[in-house]
Design a protein around this ligand. Structure first.
Ligand code: COA
Length: 332
């Protein structure tokens, strides 16, 4: 059976490093609180003069293409996961397509927040398995710093989220690569982690410019406790589902690359799966939570550090806004 394989990984993060100490000058918070609750030391924020979601994704793509020894012209389709596209519409897929000079090829946007990259990977995998495409570019990229409330009112989210982009090139292969993907959602919790505006649910009379003097609807709202409680349960469920579907046990996992939501969540999963420190890749300390970008950035770094070797079983898992959650099991 035709399978799909990741043949190249790349990433890009903005140059501007934002430390916990710097955030403490903007809001009532401190390094000790942030590190203890989230594990984050610093994150990256975009530079409005140079960074867009589209061009960060293009930089990540070029790194992935170079590592795969491919060129832009090899890409037949783009699946782009983001909740922070450059415009409200159109989505980021077309912007990236333009950046790469690939006019004419299809581009699809996925808005599944922190699970977005695995959803995107799953879609690309299906397109390759059916024979529709041979080479698909899968992206997770976010600029979240512009939607954060960086006052004390927004401190529970402002300290968590960061900006960045990751890319994976998926190609048809006769050897196993992506073994399975499992995708889930529960919309009953949609408002536990969301940005309300500019949603169409806002009536016309509330859309007058003066109404937008209250811009809180444009900021990230998160019920952190609810998210945490559901995340630890769903992460485990969806990883176990992936293992069971492939007749594997937790001992078969060589490397877990979890969505970088919160270091405490990753540590909880690590303990449940009885994995050693070197079997779980975490970089949330340096980048914060970059939503759809976190898994491909982490994979790109893990690959560069030689942590993904031929034949290894790599497990990806994510949980986030929606709520949505997902896993992928990959034979490297
Ligand atoms: N600095 C200092 N104090 C802060 C703070 C900050 N950045 N953010 C919140 N606090 C305060 C709260 O105001 C609250 O104060 P109070 O007790 O006087 O009311 C106190 O810390 C505890 O707040 P709480 O929200 O209960 O903290 P918590 O232990 O749940 O930790 C999170 C908050 C956000 C770190 C935690 O809930 C979490 O990580 N949740 C999951 C988030 C996540 O993974 N999101 C991404 C999903 S993809």
């Amino acid at each position: 059976m035709r399978a799909s394989k990741i043949v190249g990984l790349g990433h890009y993060v903005p140059e501007q490093v934002v430390t916990n100490e710097y955030l403490s000058t903007l809001m009532d918070t401190n390094d000790a609180w942030i590190v203890e609750r989230t594990g984050i030391k610093e994150r990256r924020w975009m530079n409005p003069a140079t960074d867009t979601v589209g061009n960060m994704a293009a930089k990540a793509t070029r790194m992935a293409l170079q590592r795969a020894n491919l060129t832009e012209k090899d890409i037949e389709f783009i699946v782009f996961a983001t909740i922070t596209s450059d415009y409200y519409f159109p989505g980021s897929g077309v912007i990236l397509q333009r950046e790469l000079g690939l006019e004419g090829i299809g581009a699809l946007d996925i808005k599944n927040a922190c699970s977005g990259f695995i959803y995107a990977l799953s879609i690309a995998d299906q397109f390759i398995k059916t024979g529709m495409y041979k080479t698909v570019l899968v992206i997770g990229a976010e600029i979240q710093s512009t939607a954060l409330d960086v006052t004390t009112r927004g401190r529970n989210t402002a300290v968590i989220f960061g900006d960045g982009a990751g890319a994976a090139i998926l190609q048809a292969s006769d050897k196993a690569g992506v073994l399975s993907t499992h995708l889930h959602a529960d919309g009953r919790f949609a408002e536990e982690l969301y940005v309300k505006d500019p949603g169409s649910s806002r009536p016309r009379e509330e859309r007058q410019p003066e109404q937008f003097l209250d811009t809180s609807g444009f900021k990230v709202h998160m019920n952190g406790n609810q998210v945490f409680k559901h995340a630890v349960v769903r992460f485990m469920e969806v990883i176990n589902e992936a293992l069971a579907a492939n007749g594997m046990k937790k001992e078969d996992i060589n490397l877990l690359v979890p969505h970088q939501a919160n270091l405490r969540i990753s540590q909880y999963i690590q303990e449940k799966l009885a994995l050693r420190d070197d079997q779980v890749y975490n970089n949330i300390m340096r980048y914060g939570n970059t939503t759809a970008a976190s898994i491909p950035i982490a994979m790109s770094e893990a690959w560069a550090e030689g942590k993904m070797k031929e034949n290894d079983v790599i497990c990806l898992a994510a949980f986030g806004s929606g709520f949505t959650w997902a896993s992928a099991l990959i034979r490297w």
